[in-house]
Design a protein around this ligand. Structure first.
Ligand code: SF4
Length: 114
């Protein structure tokens, strides 16, 4: 089974109902729905925190401490499609930075559930 880390927007997680960690990302991964091409084991869920500087290092620490190298890192749909958007960086910028730091492909979005 493929392995993944999901990164969610902490600003939304802290204030929104139905945060990225509630069920949507996890269901999509488990069922192979949305951006997951097949049922996928989520080995870590990393919370981004404003302004996002620690996010890539925190993903790296999750990989180190879990001793599991994921096949891909997913930026949650709530993070990628946020309106208003993140004031600090675009999803594409975040993805490029995390991918550069970890060497692991970063995928924009997780699910299409409402
Ligand atoms: S930096 Fe952006 S993506 Fe990260 S928690 Fe703050 S608003 Fe969300």
């Amino acid at each position: 089974m493929k392995k993944a880390i999901v990164v969610g927007c902490g600003s939304y997680i802290d204030s929104g109902y139905g945060c990225p960690g509630e069920w949507r990302c996890l269901k999509a991964a488990g069922e192979g729905d949305g951006k997951f091409e097949e049922p996928t084991h989520v080995v870590g869920f990393v919370k981004c925190e404003c302004p996002g500087r620690a996010t890539a290092p925190n993903v790296g620490m999750t990989i180190k401490l879990s001793e599991v190298k994921p096949d891909a890192i997913y930026l949650s749909s709530c993070m990628v499609g946020a309106k208003p958007g993140c004031p600090y960086s675009t999803p594409e910028e975040k993805a490029a930075f995390i991918q550069e730091k970890t060497g692991i492909p970063v995928i924009l979005g997780t699910h299409e559930y409402k």
